[in-house]
Design a protein around this ligand. Structure first.
Ligand SMILES: Cc1ncc(COP(=O)(O)O)c(C=O)c1O
Length: 427
């Protein structure tokens, strides 16, 4: 069958960017069964035994309670499962001195869905025909923002400025406020903090500055906190959560061990929550309630925060240290390699300045030595202008074993050295 597709369907099924890479990675893994491949591409968190046990215990508690039927045998409100919303409100109020009521919170099936709602509620054409832009203030950022808007021309991203520490082979992206433009044409602003793919954490001041730029135009600022405290607490540097009238604090339980349960959480102004909730009612009624019921238990008991801080965070912070130490030892000092400061999330981001081949070609060469990373150019959704830097980076997942990370980085160092050498010889 070959049904005629709408423009939206064609756009949604387009095999570009990260979808093309993921297809290639899956095919590579399947066709190389038996051969050892070090897969450092995944965004899937590892199953940590303490985390799995927490969810097992909460499930046993739910199964033994009279609440069980109410949770799985009934529809609920579009806003989310009331005991879970109450748990979030109490926890955030106590922890951050807020005055949230249930009207400030919406639960969605994963936070990806939340960005889809927001991108289409606030970005795209208004009834008077004005194009409202979805602004990504610092590119690179989460590749999943690339497909969220049904009006693709609405998405616009800004090049960052680079803080480079050449002798240490480290760098950090910062928002370039001399370029960033938030105006009456802006519909909403989105960024991840900590950032997937780079591990960057925008400073508190940078976040406040972005929110202040957006406030006069009543522009919502969505802070994607999928890796932020209090759970999963995948920040390796101090950061405060910033709340405000035009800020939607968005988070997820995916990196706290429940990616399969699809739980996204939006916290913010009641009016913004209402708009998103109506969208949700039309799209899917409401999020599954089982995950919310067990998460309410883990939050109320304090166990989730404790495991996030004492198990999840140190686990990935240690992986980053392994990766960093291996690159320090294995990478030739005379190569212009720069590792992004590891401030959080579950990835490392490596920039090879003036790389003589593209990131795609480097990805192919790394596959030849049994190492899979993700080419960096897939993480610049909305950035229209050509920029060589886009083709000089790779994202390395911290979800491998220590041995895989060490071997993977040693092989990457060798390949990088050969690539620069080849170019020098043929020059
Ligand atoms: C920065 C960021 N935001 C959002 C998501 C989507 O997560 P979920 O829909 O599972 O909440 C991810 C997933 O990897 C992510 O890395």
């Amino acid at each position: 069958m070959n049904p005629a597709l709408t423009k939206i369907a064609a756009q949604m099924s387009n095999l570009t960017g990260v979808r093309a890479i993921m297809k290639d990675i899956i095919e590579t893994l399947q066709s190389n069964k038996g051969q050892e491949l070090i897969n450092l591409s995944a965004g899937n968190p590892l199953i940590l035994s303490e985390v799995e046990q927490l969810w097992r215990d909460c499930t046993a508690d739910l199964l033994a309670s009279s609440e069980y039927g109410e949770v799985v045998c009934r529809y609920g409100s579009s806003q989310g499962y009331a005991p879970f919303i109450e748990a979030i409100a109490n926890d955030f109020n106590k922890r951050y001195g807020l005055k949230l009521t249930e009207r400030n919170i919406l639960i969605t099936p994963g936070s990806q869905t939340l960005y889809f709602y927001a991108a289409n509620c606030f970005g795209g054409y208004t009834s008077s025909g004005q194009l409202k832009q979805i602004v990504l203030p610092l590119s690179p950022d989460y590749t999943g923002y690339g497909g969220v808007c049904l009006v693709p021309e609405a998405l616009i991203a800004y090049k960052p400025s680079l803080d480079i520490d050449a002798s240490a082979h480290r760098f950090k992206y910062r928002p370039d406020f001399s370029q960033l433009s938030i105006t009456d044409d802006t519909g909403c602003v989105i960024f991840s903090r900590p950032c997937n793919p780079t591990g960057n954490v925008l400073t508190d001041d940078e976040v406040k500055k972005i929110a202040d730029l957006a406030a006069p135009y009543d522009v919502p600022v969505l802070i994607d906190s999928a890796y932020a405290p209090p759970f999963p607490a995948l920040n390796f540097t101090d950061m405060s959560l910033i709340f405000g009238e035009n800020i939607l604090h968005c988070t997820s339980l995916s990196k706290a061990g429940l990616p399969g349960e699809r739980i996204g959480i939006a916290i913010g102004n009641e009016k913004l929550i209402q708009v998103l909730e109506s969208f949700q009612t039309n799209a899917n009624l409401h999020s599954s309630r089982y995950g919310q019921a067990i998460a309410a238990r883990a939050i109320n008991s304090g166990a989730l925060v404790q495991i996030a801080e004492q198990v999840i965070r140190p686990f990935y912070q240690n992986k980053f240290a392994v990766l960093e130490n291996t690159l320090n030892e294995a990478m030739p000092n005379n190569l212009p390699w720069f590792l992004h400061r590891g401030e959080g999330a579950i990835f490392a981001w490596l920039w090879l300045q003036d790389l003589p081949i593209t990131d795609w070609e480097l990805y192919q060469e790394l596959k030849q030595v049994g190492v899979i990373v993700v080419p960096g150019s897939t993480f610049f959704p909305g950035l229209q202008e050509e920029w060589q830097h886009k083709h000089q980076c790779v994202r390395i997942s911290l979800t491998g074993s220590d041995e895989e990370i060490v071997t993977g980085m040693q092989r990457l160092a060798k390949v990088a050295e050969q690539v620069y050498q080849r170019a020098a010889v043929s020059a």
